[in-house]
Design a protein. Structure first.
Length: 248
């Protein structure tokens, strides 16, 4: 799994990033309510997004308004899901997942971002084959006293496929169809996750350094600031020493 962490959490951009995150979660809630119904008890995706919104102190009124818009109880924008694919600096594979009410605008902005940072927008499925869709449940080891054996045993008994262990975190991997059941089982045992979502996980990673690494981080920052971009998947790997150098 790629080691690089959230590039948008630097001082001076945290508030803006949080606001962007609320806008993005609001859109996701609308789509989840539209596709699976407005009752979170019968819509696991919606329930998870509400929890994600509350975790960043998203106002209850905003959450309820987004649900009502998605359910057609309030007038709202019609968002569609689009995935763009391309290559970043150093040959990094990039998947850009968007929710937009204007396909032309979003496509132009994504293309411009790639071009400005030395990448290129590609054709559909040009890099998607480099990723597997997986449920990913992340436990921050700095916030937990859980040991490796406890996490491994509980995860596998709950139906997980694998547990990836690093110094910073445990990453529990599931098949997408098993994600809800595994998360529910571990929730009931008291596990707390810093992130829980279905993601595109790279089969292999590409090491980048120097200008390629710098421009990839800049590209990801541009995407982070774009309200239409919901998340970005890459196969980028930057080692800890290089990341430290780039941030100094």
């Amino acid at each position: 799994m790629p080691k690089f962490k959230n590039f948008a959490a630097r001082k001076g951009v945290a508030d803006r990033a949080k606001n962007n995150q609320m806008v993005k979660i609001g859109r996701q809630i609308m789509v989840a309510a539209r596709n699976g119904g407005a009752d979170p008890n019968g819509n696991f995706k919606l329930k998870s997004l509400i929890a994600k919104g509350r975790a960043i102190n998203m106002p209850i009124d905003n959450i309820e308004r987004a649900i009502k818009k998605g359910a057609g109880l309030l007038e709202g924008e019609a968002f569609e899901e689009i995935r763009y694919e391309g290559y970043g600096p150093g040959g990094v594979a990039v998947l850009v997942h968007c929710l937009t009410d204007n396909r032309n605008r979003t496509g132009a902005e994504v293309r411009a971002a790639f071009n400005k940072r030395g990448g290129s927008l590609g054709e559909p499925n040009c890099v998607a084959w480099m990723f597997d869709e997986k449920g990913v449940l992340t436990i921050d080891r700095t916030e937990s006293d859980l040991d490796e054996d406890t996490v491994m045993m509980a995860a596998l008994e709950a139906g997980a496929e694998d547990v990836v262990i690093s110094e910073e975190e445990f990453e529990i991997l599931t098949a997408p169809s098993d994600f809800e059941a595994v998360k529910t089982a571990l929730d009931e045992q008291g596990f707390t996750f810093s992130n829980a979502d279905v993601q595109m996980v790279p089969k292999n990673t590409v090491d980048v350094a120097g200008d390629d690494a710098k421009n990839m981080l800049k590209l990801l920052e541009v995407f982070e600031e774009n309200d239409d971009v919901q998340n970005v998947s890459t196969n980028m790997e930057i080692d800890d020493a290089e990341m430290e150098r780039l941030h100094n």
